[in-house]
Ligand binder design. Structure first.
Ligand SMILES: [Zn+2]
Length: 108
């Protein structure tokens, strides 16, 4: 079953082909690993202007409640990079503990 939750207040300004790839891979990983993902950020204005969030090419996934965050990160990376090597995933530094940041890097 396809099911992805959206945190209250998250704003999407555009659905583009990168979003379709992201949401398809996220759903595949979630189904295989047995969790329901929550998107905690899309294009809200709290991010810096250079951020890919503002460019509708980055999304955050809640880690609270995930049992195997590192496996989620690994599987997302593996599946997205198989589609395009410009996908980047950030998790584990001090700014990325409560969420996994996923972006399609337009510059790389
Ligand atoms: Zn982010």
């Amino acid at each position: 079953m396809f099911k992805i939750l959206i945190k209250e207040g998250v704003i999407f300004r555009e659905f583009n082909s990168h979003f379709v790839d992201f949401i398809g891979v996220l759903n595949d990983v979630a189904e295989k690993m047995g969790f329901i993902p929550t998107i905690t950020s899309a294009a809200e204005g709290e991010h810096t202007l250079s951020s890919y969030h503002v460019l509708n090419c980055a999304w955050d996934i809640r880690t609270r409640g995930l049992k195997e965050v590192n496996m989620v990160v690994f599987n997302l990376g593996k599946n997205l990079e198989a589609l395009d090597r410009r996908w980047e995933i950030i998790y584990g530094d001090k700014d990325h503990l409560d969420h996994i940041h996923v972006e399609f890097n337009l510059r790389s």
